[in-house]
Design a protein around this ligand. Structure first.
Ligand SMILES: Cc1cc2nc3c(=O)[nH]c(=O)nc-3n(C[C@H](O)[C@H](O)[C@H](O)COP(=O)(O)OP(=O)(O)OC[C@H]3O[C@@H](n4cnc5c(N)ncnc54)[C@H](O)[C@@H]3O)c2cc1C
Length: 318
């Protein structure tokens, strides 16, 4: 009986919090009065854009307009982490994009077009995401700087930015990792070897006793290697990867940042669009290459650093 009361109480509290959150979301987007002009217009209130607007609006002297194509978050869908699987399938606050077909991935989808939804609401895709958190490793950012000429974006440059906005106040983590506030795997593995290892674990170790037998490569139209385990069958593994691989909602880099003279670059390291005045792109699309990580942390860092660049440029810190 006491258990039921406690449960009822928790449900009541959660419902109240959810209702309050919904009211805040609704109030945020219900504004009807606008200024006649603004100093900065930020388009998109996602991982990066929301941070850009937030940091710029710290300056009392400037007026910032943040435009978001989507509406308020749905407190039920967006605030409760366990609801993420519903978001994947329902049509709540999303851009319903599909990847263009390609021979090397997504063969299991109709026409090879992998669904690649994005968030369309305050918070952008972070309102939908699974909340895995990782920064990416040293080599990712050093590649941005050294290979693509994104001066100021090496690991040495971005590490203080991560540390600043993460603002990790957990004394144990900070004491154990004063330089990083976390550690990062620096291994790069070949995707075939990684999948081979996965099959090895699932086929020949004790783990195999506890899972359903894996479907055969033949079931998905892939080559089999008679007499061999699947993990030993390179052609089958390559085909399996082409069948199953997808971006897992982490597309990035359509608007590369780098040395301005490179023909494959759209924005310079100050995030200014080549050939355009007063226009910067600050989001995951400027990653010169995608980090070996989930992408929200790096996108937030781009937003945070973008605001710093703009503030420095216009002497807004003075
Ligand atoms: C389902 C899902 C799960 C994910 N899981 C993780 C995870 O667990 N961990 C992780 O690190 N990353 C995850 N990601 C990726 C991460 O959320 C994104 O990389 C990150 O949010 C990208 O930030 P962004 O600022 O570039 O774009 P977004 O966060 O997508 O923001 C873009 C915003 O711009 C708005 N917009 C677009 N066009 C216009 C326009 N014309 N006018 C006005 N507004 C516009 C959009 O509506 C959106 O709100 C996930 C993404 C998705 C979709």
């Amino acid at each position: 009986m006491a258990y039921i009361s406690l449960l009822s109480y928790k449900i009541l509290v959660l419902s109240w919090i959810t209702a309050q959150r919904q009211l805040i979301h609704d109030k945020t987007v219900s504004r009807t009065q606008w200024d006649k002009s603004y100093d900065f217009i930020v388009v998109g209130a996602g991982a990066a854009g929301a941070v850009v607007a937030n940091k710029l609006s710290e300056c009392q002297s400037v007026r910032v307009l943040l435009l978001e194509a989507g509406g308020a978050q749905s407190a039920i869908y967006n605030d409760i982490p366990g609801m993420v699987s519903k978001i994947y399938t329902d049509n709540v606050n999303k851009w319903k994009y599909y990847n263009e077909p390609h021979d090397n991935y997504g063969q299991q989808y109709a026409g090879g077009r992998v669904p690649d939804q994005r968030g369309k609401t305050l918070g952008g895709s972070t309102a939908h995401n699974t909340m895995y958190y990782n920064r990416g490793n040293r080599r990712d950012f050093d590649e941005w700087a050294n290979t693509y000429g994104a001066v100021g974006w090496s690991y040495r440059d971005v590490l203080p930015v991560f540390r600043e906005w993460e603002n990790n106040t957990d004394p144990v983590i900070v004491a154990n990792n004063p330089d990083y506030h976390g550690t990062h795997p620096e291994d790069q593995v070949n995707i075939v070897d990684a999948v081979r290892m996965q099959f090895y674990l699932l086929e020949v170790t004790d783990m195999a006793k506890y899972i359903q037998p894996l479907p055969s490569f033949a079931d998905i139209g892939c080559p089999v290697c008679p007499g061999k385990y699947m993990y030993e069958c390179s052609e089958g593994l390559k085909c399996y990867i082409r069948f199953n691989s997808l971006s897992s909602y982490h597309p990035a880099g359509s608007c590369r940042m780098g040395a301005i003279e490179r023909p494959d670059v759209v924005v310079d390291p100050q995030l200014r669009v080549k050939g355009a005045n007063n226009l910067r792109v600050c989001d995951a699309s400027v990653f010169p290459v995608i980090p070996n990580a989930n992408t929200a942390a790096a996108a937030i860092t781009v937003g945070y650093k973008c605001a710093q660049i703009i503030k420095d440029y216009y002497h807004l810190n003075d």
